[in-house]
Design a protein around this ligand. Structure first.
Ligand SMILES: *Cc1c(COP(=O)(O)O)cnc(C)c1O
Length: 351
């Protein structure tokens, strides 16, 4: 092994989508593929999900939507952040993308450009994006609203958090008011966390992201991502020698160190310095010193057999995306979306 290798299991992605689709009952299960498919490669992910029967995709920006449309001749593409200017609106019209209209300015812009099918996001308690409920009445019935959506702030906490019921009630109230204007519009409230909350959160469509990519809160997900890096250099150091930028780790015994060609520019967050553990043949090898841009150093004193070129597991059977996220003080979403672009990528189990 000479290069770090990121393996993405497209079969697991499809299995996870199917499992969420089974959980969502009669609702359609759309896929969130923003941020390059949560770092897994939007084009590859969409091709796999498309052949499994997924028809509807969500991205954040118009640019992401245009890129996706090139790879996806049919299927619905929704733009969560909506349109910022006339160029955005024009790109949506030309590429048959459905912008989420999130506030009055976006609605007026879409109407001024004579845009067609669109999604309307209404505020239900997250206070991030979405039309305030008080402005719902003023909407023009001429708008071609196909989907009315909102987003849950606390779904990952599960049913014990009362915020979910409060938001559901807010969403239902807003949606009922909109029904008279837009009787054909479908409704969508849940992402992965909301899908797991149960049938009363599913409405007509759920929008799953993280669960498809194998992350929490979907505890039953199949793991999708494996990341290994080869040892670039080995050295022996005496007790008392310090290692790396800032000399933040000092050997307490004569030690063996392995340097790997991955760093924070590759998504191995600097917050993992002296905290993460990687695995060699299933046995832990703790980090020694700070993560630098392109390199990390491990204490492999307890691995006397390792050699330059041997693979080290960063993500895989012994360490999930969420395990590594915990060590970095973050969430699986951030680990996935910061996976670097310098890895050799391999896609497996395409159908
Ligand atoms: C990202 C996103 C989703 C998908 O969320 P997951 O938690 O990854 O399932 C759904 N809806 C909106 C509005 C989003 O921003």
């Amino acid at each position: 092994m000479t290069q770090p290798l990121l393996t993405i299991d497209l079969g697991a992605i499809v299995d996870n989508w199917r499992a969420l689709d089974a959980l969502s009952g009669g609702a359609e299960t759309a896929a969130a593929v923003k941020a390059d498919g949560y770092g897994c490669g939007a084009a590859e992910v969409v091709a796999a999900l498309r052949s499994a029967g997924c028809r509807t995709f969500f991205v954040a920006t118009v640019e992401e939507g245009v890129r996706l449309r090139v790879a996806l001749a049919d299927g619905e593409v929704h733009i969560l952040n909506g349109i910022a200017d006339r160029d955005d609106a024009r790109a949506c019209i030309d590429n048959a993308l459905h912008p989420c209209l999130n506030h009055r300015g976006q609605i007026e812009l879409w109407q001024a450009m004579a845009g067609g099918g669109c999604t309307l996001q209404i505020e239900s308690g997250m206070a991030r994006l979405g039309l305030p409920q008080a402005e719902v009445e003023a909407l023009s019935p001429g708008l071609e609203v196909r989907l009315v959506m909102s987003h849950l702030a606390c779904a990952d906490d599960g049913p014990s958090n009362p915020a979910n019921r409060v938001q559901r009630a807010q969403f239902t109230e807003g949606a009922m008011r909109l029904r008279s204007h837009f009787p054909a519009a479908r409704l969508s409230l849940a992402a992965t966390g909301g899908t797991l909350l149960g049938a009363e959160y599913h409405f007509d469509m759920v929008r799953c992201g993280i669960g498809i990519y194998g992350g929490m809160p979907f505890a039953d997900a199949a793991p999708v991502v494996t990341l290994t890096a080869p040892i670039l250099q080995l050295r022996e150091i005496p007790a008392g020698q310090s290692v790396g930028y800032g000399w933040t780790w000092t050997a307490e015994r004569p030690s063996r160190l392995a340097t790997l060609p991955v760093g924070y520019a590759d998504g191995v967050h600097r917050a993992l310095s002296n905290r993460a553990t990687f695995y060699i043949d299933g046995k832990p090898a703790p980090m020694a010193g700070r993560v630098s841009m392109d390199l990390v150093t491990l204490d492999v004193t307890d691995h006397p057999q390792v050699q330059v070129g041997d693979p080290v597991e960063i993500l895989g059977p012994h360490q999930s995306v969420d395990d590594l996220a915990r060590a970095a003080g973050t969430i699986g979403y951030e680990i996935l979306t910061s996976l670097g672009h310098r890895y050799t990528r391999r896609y497996t189990n395409a159908q």
